[in-house]
Design a binder for this molecule. Structure first.
Ligand SMILES: *Cc1c(COP(=O)(O)O)cnc(C)c1O
Length: 397
């Protein structure tokens, strides 16, 4: 018992959020933290971005919610813009990443169902993956740390080893509907999927009539320096789930699909009371205004490269704390030597917020709007935090 009335599901850092300014989070005790966690890659434009504040407050004075019983012009506009910028023709809006994945799985099953193959309902997934905390998304990822005590999980997911194309081929059978994969495993420890493996998956999907489903919940909306990470791979998916960065902090998720892949999602087959409500859509459109503006993604690529170069030097200088830099754009992982939780605590004490990941990695997920000044500040705080660990300073409580 924590003494709080909240479920004890989170091991929270001892920071009580008061307000945010760009890349900075200010606590109720007045301490300023450089926020390179961004609420787990959500605050793509940082805290209190003026364009997002304006979009949300203007919409708040008009209409908040209608349900999808009526047309929502902002929803139609955001869908058109996402389709125009990607492989997709059709979009369904949900409220979170896990819901976007659930929609992707349902879309894949319905595709085969209306094609006369209701038996093709199983999805191939990968070890080390993360797709959310609903029962189906837990079943997809099969992470024992997340599934323990939650049986029975929904059936329909066949897991294979990460990066093993032969294992994927062997797992394909008459009941396979599609393959679900993150372009870079985020929670799994910032493990990028090699482009060659991606092309192999696309080929297997094409040869076997399967749908390639990408989980870009974390990698989407500019995080890797492209609007979506698949743009780096040379292949396109049939279905894609996005969430985190899309609302810049407002809860929203989306499932994108080609018209062909979405052929089974006809009226009445799926729905969400809140999904795509006018508030979420106003913010989502404002996020795209910024991310799709000329030069923005180029900025992410440039600043991501700079951060990675500076981090390489930090890693060289502290081999007993960190020994590897991974990732793309502003989705960066540092592999830790001591337990990553201790490293995170030392960084927090030095005024830098980062995020834990699997494989003893800490993730740096700064807002995409950071400049060289924030990179300098982050490097200084990393140096301080790592030096305090080397000095054997006890990790702060
Ligand atoms: C965060 C995340 C999810 C789940 O998103 P929620 O909004 O927490 O449901 C799914 N997939 C990936 C890759 C994620 O990073």
């Amino acid at each position: 018992m924590s003494g709080s009335a909240l479920f004890d599901t989170y091991a929270r850092a001892p920071i009580a959020a008061e307000r945010g300014e760009g890349a900075w989070l200010i606590a109720t005790d007045g301490r300023r933290y450089l926020d390179f966690g961004s609420g787990i890659a959500v605050n793509a434009l940082g805290h209190a971005h003026p364009a997002l504040v304006k979009a949300l407050t203007e919409q708040a004075a008009k209409v908040w919610h209608t349900s999808n019983a009526v047309r929502i012009p902002g929803q139609e506009r955001l869908a058109e813009r996402l389709a125009a910028a990607t492989f997709a023709d059709k979009v369904f809006f949900a409220n979170s990443g896990a819901e976007a994945i659930e929609c992707a799985v349902k879309t894949a099953r319905r595709y085969h169902y209306v094609g006369g193959h209701p038996e093709r309902n199983r999805i191939i997934t990968f070890d080390g993956s993360f797709h959310g905390r609903t029962l189906a998304t837990l079943s997809a990822a099969k992470n024992p740390k997340h599934t323990e005590g939650f049986d029975p999980l929904p059936d329909g997911f066949d897991q294979v080893a990460f990066g093993d194309l032969k294992a994927v081929e062997a797992a394909i059978g008459p009941a396979t509907a599609g393959i679900l994969i993150e372009p870079i495993q985020g929670e799994g420890g910032v493990r990028p999927v090699p482009n060659e493996f991606f092309r192999g998956l696309r080929r297997l999907c094409d040869e076997n009539g399967l749908l390639l489903i990408l989980d870009e919940v974390q990698t989407g909306i500019g995080r890797t320096g492209r609007l979506f990470a698949y743009e780096w791979t040379g292949v396109e998916p049939d279905i894609l789930a996005v969430a985190k960065g899309l609302g810049g902090g407002f809860p929203v998720g989306a499932c994108l699909a080609t018209a062909e892949a979405a052929r089974g999602m006809t009226a009445g087959t799926h729905g969400s009371t809140f999904g795509g409500n006018p508030l979420a859509m106003a913010v989502g459109n404002a996020v795209l205004d910024v991310v799709l503006a000329d030069g923005f993604l180029e900025h992410v690529r440039r600043i991501g490269l700079l951060l990675k170069q500076r981090l390489a030097a930090v890693v060289d200088g502290h081999p007993n704390v960190v020994d590897e830099v991974r990732g793309e754009g502003l989705l960066i992982g540092l592999h830790c030597v001591p337990p990553n939780r201790d490293v995170l605590a030392a960084l927090r004490d030095a005024g830098l917020i980062a995020v834990a990941a699997g494989d003893n990695v800490i993730r740096l997920l700064p807002p995409l709007i950071i400049g060289e000044a924030e990179v300098d500040q982050a490097i200084a705080r990393l140096e301080t935090g790592f030096a305090s660990m080397e000095a054997g300073a006890p990790a702060p409580a």
